[in-house]
Write a protein that binds this ligand. Structure first.
Ligand SMILES: NC(=O)c1ccc[n+]([C@@H]2O[C@H](COP(=O)([O-])OP(=O)(O)OC[C@H]3O[C@@H](n4cnc5c(N)ncnc54)[C@H](O)[C@@H]3O)[C@@H](O)[C@H]2O)c1
Length: 477
């Protein structure tokens, strides 16, 4: 593969009236594909946001291998294949049905195996997508980089905080491109919300509310189990890896998230997406303390992972941001039925209310006059005191009754077909082709995963967990 022939096709970000282009033409016979452009029209302002121009020489290919061809493996591989020049040549999985499905979907000629090391040995593979359960991420990621492969590793980067250092070191030692797969890091909404925050439109950020609620069985990870699941069709021993040995159990295999031996629970699985967005928006390295409650409220199906987690995190002042607090939750037993996912950035003068790929800004301007009356000590004054007070107030503030004004700001929506996963994969392949910066690298990945995993620790121990986000170390509490 000749990377030097590739065009820089980084996602780029511009306002129409002040377009900044990052395109550098360095190759001939290039084809150009634009994806992910989106716009909004509000308050007479029209933006064009995050447009990914991809230019790839027709004879250049990045060959990828998929390790873990389950639910997200399909999404990630299908999305990677939308990036010009990317070809899937191999897939690895521990369930025969998924290897058959891989051939059905991606072609009979792809190489399939139950042993990921056979993927890593192949000279024709440049990069791997690691889409296995969490407890396998560290080992496969390190083995892959040492075998010379670039790695796109699904979130959370690691199942255990201490696993993070090995990945960080392997990335440094090998110089391979490593990106964690929490696509929020490349989402237009996140990147534009960051720009809004930095513009000062909501004043000083003081508080973030971030949540992920789900009400149904699949939302609570009761995923379908194929009828032919058996010790013959599943390599259960390999699935267990370093986890405690247990007899064959298709529920553990297909619904591994519900067990702390393999997953990271609601916090590690979903708060990590929220923190990824928060860390990109605020340029924060992470919280200093985490206090969390966790419980199994509804899904008493044998799982040991909480279905309700509420956490408070304290982000102290850094050279990038003022101090702010985060209140976050995942409720998989939500009886409100609304579900959803959101990050609300609350400032002293407004709020940026972010959904998955859209957000709204509201601003609040307080009046200088304090106002009086209503729920106020004024009502308890005698008639004489009231008259005296009114006279004084009007001499100070005139008729201004104080309070505040609320106003709607930007109402951001991406293009209908916008896909943050595609932009995230474009960033990854761009990193391989041009050595451009990977925001969600191994250190970023650990800084998002560790406080999320620490929610489980805090809930279990019943005490706050102290974390050094700069040096990425748990501190004694
Ligand atoms: N970025 C996102 O939005 C997102 C969404 C869902 C899942 N994920 C992450 O992706 C990962 C996979 O989740 P999923 O829902 O696809 O799980 P899944 O159970 O559907 O798929 C995992 C697959 O990995 C295979 N596997 C297990 N151990 C393996 C091994 N040692 N070698 C090769 N294959 C192995 C299994 O056979 C299974 O088919 C998890 O880490 C999860 O947190 C990310």
């Amino acid at each position: 593969m000749k990377f030097e022939r590739f065009q820089n096709f980084n996602l780029h970000w511009y306002m129409q009236k002040n377009r900044r282009s990052f395109i550098r033409n360095i190759g001939a016979s290039l084809t150009s594909v634009a994806v992910g452009s989106s716009f909004i029209e509000k308050n007479h302002e029209q933006f064009s946001l995050l447009k990914s121009d991809i230019k790839v020489a027709s004879n250049d290919k990045i060959n990828i291998g998929l390790i873990g061809a389950g639910i997200i493996g399909h999404f990630d591989a299908d999305t990677a294949l939308k990036v010009p020049g990317v070809k899937l040549v191999a897939a690895c999985d521990l369930y025969t049905g998924r290897l058959d499905a891989a051939k059905e979907k991606w072609g009979k000629e792809i190489f399939v195996t139950r042993d990921y090391r056979e993927i890593l040995q192949r000279k024709d593979i440049d990069a791997v997508l690691i889409c296995t359960p969490d407890h396998w991420h560290q080992k496969i990621a390190i083995d892959a980089m040492r075998a010379g492969k670039h790695v796109y590793c699904e979130k959370p980067m690691v199942q255990k905080i201490e696993h993070g250092y090995g990945i960080i070191n392997a990335q440094k030692e090998t110089g391979k491109v490593f990106q964690v797969g929490s696509q929020r890091a490349s989402s237009v909404a996140i990147l534009e919300a960051k720009r809004q925050l930095n513009s000062g439109v909501i004043g000083d950020l003081t508080f973030i509310q971030a949540f992920c609620d789900r009400s149904d069985g699949r939302g609570a990870w009761q995923y379908s189990i194929p009828r032919d699941a058996s010790p013959e069709t599943i390599d259960f021993n390999r699935f267990l890896g370093d986890a405690p040995k247990v007899p064959f159990d298709p529920i553990r295999f297909f619904r591994w998230r519900n067990y702390s031996d393999y997953g990271t629970g609601a916090a590690g699985d979903l708060i990590v997406h929220l923190l990824t967005g928060i860390h990109v928006i605020t340029d924060s390295l992470g919280p200093n303390s985490i206090y969390s409650l966790g419980d199994i409220k509804y899904w008493k199906d044998g799982r040991d992972a909480y279905d309700l987690v509420n956490a408070l995190m304290n982000y102290t002042k850094s050279d990038k941001h003022n101090a702010f607090q985060v209140s976050t939750r995942v409720n998989l037993s939500d009886g409100e039925g609304k579900g959803g996912f959101g990050i609300k950035l609350i400032g002293t003068e407004g709020v940026i209310d972010i959904g998955w790929n859209e957000f709204k800004v509201k601003t609040l301007k307080r009046k200088a006059a304090p106002g009086y009356g209503g729920y106020d000590s004024y009502e308890s004054f005698s008639e004489k005191q009231k008259k005296e007070f009114q006279k004084w107030y009007e001499s100070e503030y005139g008729k201004d009754q104080g309070g505040y004004d609320l106003a709607d700001g930007i109402d951001f929506k991406p293009a209908q077909d916008y896909d943050d996963r595609l932009d995230h994969l474009i960033v990854f392949f761009n990193g391989i082709r041009t050595n451009s910066k990977i925001v969600e690298d191994a250190s970023f990945g650990l800084r998002a995963a560790a406080p999320s995993i620490a929610c489980n620790l805090s809930a279990k121990l019943g005490k706050p967990i102290n974390w050094d986000p700069v040096n990425m170390q748990l501190l004694g509490s």
